[in-house]
Design a protein around this ligand. Structure first.
Ligand code: ZN
Length: 138
């Protein structure tokens, strides 16, 4: 079993905000991350696929194909967007890094052509990231 990882970057803005709470309660929970005008991040997304090497190609999955799938399903939809308002699959989602990785997983899990989606790591800053392995592995 081999583990193939593709790393991609995107930039986006967001506001951490729970609409069920008042602005004051949101500020207590999220501090400056709940600034009404939002703020931006340069995110790094790592997608790991596992599987066996295909005899015909020598690949688990063609990296160009994996890059294309991630770009089409996620990056093109979120890059240079406001994650609270501009992204169909994030409407109603409080765009924490945890919720983003859960949503990204759903977008990608049935789109991998060879191998199986094994792990996603999403960096919100250089020192803060979340790992997710899908529900069945918890
Ligand atoms: Zn933020």
């Amino acid at each position: 079993m081999l583990y193939i990882t593709k790393k991609m970057v995107f930039s986006a803005s967001h506001r951490l905000y729970n609409p069920l709470l008042s602005d004051e309660e949101n500020f207590i929970l999220f501090d400056k991350c709940s600034n009404p005008s939002g703020h931006g991040h340069n995110y790094t997304l790592e997608v790991t696929v596992n599987g066996e090497v295909q005899e015909k190609t020598g690949y688990v999955i063609d990296m160009k194909k994996l890059k294309y799938i991630i770009k089409k399903e996620i990056i093109d939809k979120v890059d240079h967007k406001n994650l609270n308002s501009d992204v169909d699959f994030l409407i109603g989602v409080n765009p924490t890094v945890e919720n983003l990785v859960l949503s990204f997983w759903k977008m990608l899990e049935n789109k991998i052509s060879n191998g199986r989606l094994y792990k996603m790591r999403l960096y919100e800053t250089d020192s803060s990231f979340v790992d997710y392995y899908g529900n069945e592995k918890i």
